[in-house]
Design a protein around this ligand. Structure first.
Ligand SMILES: Cc1ncc(COP(=O)(O)O)c(C=O)c1O
Length: 391
C-alpha cells in the first residue's frame, strides 16, 4: 500500500513527477548486499535502469560495481563514486571516443561483443601503452522466455559472440598483446520471472562454454551472468523486494566453480523498479461512445514502457485511498495527454470512482522509466522527488 503520509505530502505539488521511496530502495539494496556476500557473488548495478545520482551514490557507497552500456554511463558511474576497476562496459557498438575515454578512466573490463571490437580495443590500448581488461560476451542461444524486445541471448539477437566464432576468437586473443582476458560474460534478457528454469539453463550452458575455453588453455577467472531478474508489476506490494535469494541459490546450484573463479551479476530492474512511482493527476474524465476515459497529465514521454512493449504497470488512485467513504469501482481506459493513440496506461482498468484532480500512482516505475523519458510534444521532463526530502 502507498503510505498515506506520502500522499498527504504530495499535496499541491506539480505533477507529473517520479517519486522514489528511499526506505524501500535501501531495504532492497541491503537484501542484495547481504545475500550476494553470503553467496560470494559480485554485483555490478546496471546503470541503464536508472541513473539518478542519489541512487547511484548510495549503491557505490555499498561497494557495488557498475555495469554500463555507453561511454557517458561510464563517466557518470565514475562521477557517482564507483571505483573504475569495478566498472564494466558492454554494448555492441562502442564508439572510438567511448573506448578511449573508458581506457583513460582505467575501467575494470570491456565486455566485448565482436571480434572486430576486440581488435580495435587492443589497438587503442597499445597506442596508450596500456593493457585493457576484457571479458568476452557470449551469445549462449538461450530463450529467456520474456518479451521479444528484452530477449538478448538468442542467435537472432545482435548481442555477444556465437559459437561459430569461438575458434577464431581464441586465435585472436592470442595475438592481442595489449589485452588481458578477465572472463566471459552472458546476459540473456530482462524481466525473467521463471527464475529457476531460465537461470539454471543459463548456468549449465555457461559452465559448458567456460570449460570449452579452458580446454583451449584460456584462464577464465570471472563468469558474469548478466542481469534480468524480474519484478512483480501486477502486485508490487506483494513483492516489494525481488527474490534475490532464489536467483542466487539457482546460480550456486547450477554453476560449479573452480578455486579462484568468481561469479558476477548485473541487476538493474530488480534494484530500482519497485521504489519508483510516477505520480500524476486526473486532468479530465471523459465519456466516450463505449468507454470512460481517465485522462492523466503523465504520458508516454514520461514512461514509455507501456507504449513500447505493451508493458503492464499497476495504476492506483491515491486520492481515493485517502477518502473516508469507499467509492465504488468503475471501469476506465486510463490514458495520457500525448497525441498518440498508443499513449495508454491501461485499458479497462477497475479503479475507484475518480474525479478531476485526483492523484494517480503508476507503480513499479523506478526502472527504465525516467531514463527513457523524452520531450516529445515538447512536454517538460518529469522531475524526481525523494521520500527523504518530504518531511
Ligand atoms: C548487458 C546488460 N546487463 C544487465 C542488464 C540489466 O538487466 P535487468 O535490468 O533486467 O536486470 C542489461 C539490460 O538489458 C544489459 O543489457
Amino acid at each position: 500500500m502507498f503510505d498515506i503520509s506520502h500522499i498527504h505530502a504530495f499535496g499541491e505539488m506539480d505533477t507529473p513527477f517520479y517519486f522514489y521511496d528511499m526506505d524501500l530502495f535501501r531495504r532492497t539494496v541491503a537484501e542484495l548486499e547481504s545475500l550476494s556476500s553470503r553467496h560470494g557473488i559480485k554485483v555490478h548495478y546496471a546503470v541503464k535502469a536508472n541513473t539518478q545520482e542519489r541512487l547511484m551514490r548510495f549503491l557505490s557507497s555499498r561497494g557495488f560495481g557498475a555495469d554500463c552500456v555507453s561511454g557517458n554511463e561510464v563517466l557518470h558511474a565514475c562521477a557517482c563514486g564507483f571505483a573504475p576497476e569495478n566498472v564494466v562496459f558492454a554494448g555492441v557498438g562502442k564508439s572510438d571516443r567511448e573506448i578511449m575515454e573508458s581506457l583513460d578512466c582505467r575501467i575494470g573490463m570491456f565486455n566485448c561483443e565482436s571480434l572486430q571490437e576486440i581488435s580495435v580495443i587492443n589497438a587503442f590500448a597499445a597506442s596508450l601503452g596500456l593493457k585493457a581488461g576484457v571479458s568476452v560476451r557470449i551469445n549462449p542461444d538461450i530463450d529467456a522466455h520474456t518479451h521479444k524486445y528484452v530477449t538478448t541471448g538468442l542467435y537472432e539477437n545482435k548481442f555477444g559472440i556465437s559459437r561459430h566464432e569461438f575458434e577464431p576468437l581464441v586465435d585472436l586473443l592470442g595475438q592481442c598483446g595489449s589485452l588481458e582476458l578477465r572472463g566471459l560474460h552472458f546476459h540473456i534478457g530482462s524481466q525473467i520471472t521463471d527464475v529457476e528454469k531460465v537461470y539454471s539453463l543459463e548456468c549449465v550452458r555457461a559452465a559448458e562454454i567456460v570449460r570449452w575455453f579452458e580446454d583451449k588453455g584460456l584462464e577464465i577467472r570471472n563468469i558474469d551472468l548478466g542481469g534480468g531478474l524480474g519484478v512483480n508489476y501486477e502486485e508490487p506490494d506483494a513483492e516489494p523486494v525481488p527474490d534475490f535469494a532464489t536467483w542466487f541459490r539457482t546460480i550456486e546450484r547450477n554453476l560449479p566453480l573452480r578455486p579462484g573463479q568468481t561469479v558476477h551479476v548485473e541487476p538493474g530492474r530488480s534494484v530500482v523498479a519497485q521504489c519508483g512511482t510516477l505520480i500524476s493527476r486526473v486532468l479530465f474524465v471523459k465519456s466516450g461512445e463505449t468507454k470512460t476515459f481517465l485522462i492523466l497529465d503523465a504520458g508516454m514521454n514520461d514512461l514509455v514502457r507501456p507504449a513500447l512493449y505493451g508493458a503492464y504497470h499497476k495504476v492506483e488512485n491515491l486520492s481515493a485511498a485517502d477518502r473516508s467513504a469507499p467509492a465504488e469501482d468503475q471501469v476506465y481506459d486510463v490514458v495520457g495527454p500525448v497525441c498518440e493513440s498508443g499513449d495508454v496506461w491501461g485499458a479497462g482498468r477497475l479503479l475507484p470512482l475518480s474525479v478531476r484532480g485526483d492523484l494517480i500512482g503508476i507503480r513499479s516505475a523506478g526502472a527504465y522509466g525516467q531514463v527513457m523519458a523524452s520531450r516529445y510534444n515538447l512536454r517538460d521532463l518529469a522531475p524526481a522527488v525523494f521520500s527523504d526530502d518530504l518531511f
